[in-house]
Design a protein. Structure first.
Length: 379
């Protein structure tokens, strides 16, 4: 893919992508559509991989980003935006979210991931801008299974790899953990909030990531069973985390400094930021069309104000996209004429109940001031 051209249309960057250029092929509006995974009737690439113990027959349909993700792509550049789409019925593929909005700059980088040019992806950013959903929704449209692990400080390596168990009959047997399961099936192992992991788990994870480096012969040895597991060519690892660069670390309790050896194995990264205001409004309206448009715009304005205050250190909480989605879902159950009156109570029951009194008061003041400015009557 030609990476020459003009600047990226959105904010991205991590690791080698701190500043990059957007391929002309990926220019366009971030508008998503509902797309069913295509049947293998065109653009088929069939790859067979064989050794003495394992054979993989991999079939992908090559589909343009315009058709998959609903972005605008010039016809002359469509060949440069093709994504591999796995064929057949596969277990563990996420459901398509019809309201999801894709960003062309992120898709340009994700193409490396799904094509297999880079098989380890690191996503960083503040809480709630959609790091996890970005992986899930691109996987949903490319028919790629996802195995998600919610990381925490007590997670041990054996929980990721697997363990010897006792069957109902009283005999012993091996049960794959999520990492080996994803490795066998060619799924994406999604490590959510990976920087909560303890060093012991991280050290073992390096061995898992090393299986991604050699598509023709990568394997993982399980000493308990004396088995060498051949990594499926479609096996991928994605990890999300807050404050991976150390900035703003004090805002997230329990996160651990990232091991440099682990970070070095992630050679593709995306810094996931909140959607631009106009696109966030579009996304919320698609999800909750029953909610008044002026209230959606007001909430997005408030959220961006809160996010800026959080970034400047004025308050100790932020307002994530998932909070806005939840508030809109609650508002959609109310008659349109009553929605302004219940906006603040819904915001309190969704988010403000768990923040300090000082921050709660500050956010309520922002809501009232912006509503008055926009001519929205909340009482």
């Amino acid at each position: 893919m030609n990476m020459a051209g003009d600047s990226w249309t959105g904010k991205t960057g991590f690791a080698v992508f701190a500043r990059a250029n957007t391929p002309d092929a990926f220019r366009g509006n971030a508008i998503s559509t509902h797309v069913q995974p295509p049947q293998p009737s065109w653009g088929i690439r069939s790859t067979s991989m064989f050794d003495e113990t394992t054979t993989f027959q991999i079939t992908h349909a090559q589909v343009g980003a315009d058709e998959l993700f609903g972005i605008q792509v010039p016809e002359s550049q469509r060949a440069n935006t093709m994504f591999p789409v796995r064929t057949g019925a596969l277990d563990g593929v996420p459901e398509i979210d019809m309201g999801y909005v894709f960003r062309p700059d992120q898709l340009a980088l994700l193409r490396f991931f799904y094509r297999g040019d880079e098989k380890a992806l690191l996503l960083t950013g503040e809480t709630g801008p959609g790091k996890t959903s970005l992986v899930e929704q691109t996987a949903a449209r490319t028919n790629w299974p996802v195995v998600t692990v919610g990381c925490h400080e007590r997670l041990e390596l054996q929980e990721l790899i697997g363990r010897v168990t006792i069957t109902e009959a009283g005999s012993t047997g091996w049960q794959d953990g999520p990492a080996i399961d994803a490795m066998r099936r060619g799924a994406i192992l999604l490590l959510d909030e990976g920087n909560f992991l303890e060093p012991g788990a991280v050290g073992g994870l390096n061995r898992v990531l090393d299986t991604l480096r050699n598509a023709g012969g990568a394997s993982y040895y399980i000493p308990e069973t004396n088995e060498t597991v051949k990594a499926h060519p479609d096996f991928r690892v994605a990890m999300t985390g807050n404050a991976i660069d150390g900035a703003g670390k004090s805002n997230y309790r329990g996160i651990k400094p990232m091991n440099l050896a682990l970070l070095d194995r992630f050679t593709l990264g995306i810094a996931v930021d909140y959607l631009p205001a106009e696109q966030e409004v579009t996304m919320l309206h698609r999800r909750s069309p029953q909610v008044r448009q002026d209230l959606i715009k007001l909430m997005v304005e408030v959220a961006n104000g809160v996010r800026n205050s959080f970034a400047n250190g004025d308050i100790r909480c932020t307002m994530s996209t998932r909070v806005l989605i939840s508030v809109c879902a609650k508002l959609s159950t109310c008659p349109e004429e009553k929605q302004p009156m219940v906006l603040l109570p819904m915001l309190k029951s969704t988010m403000l109940f768990r923040v300090s009194v000082e921050d709660q008061t500050a956010i309520e003041n922002v809501v009232n001031e912006m509503a008055q400015r926009d001519g929205v009557v909340l009482s």
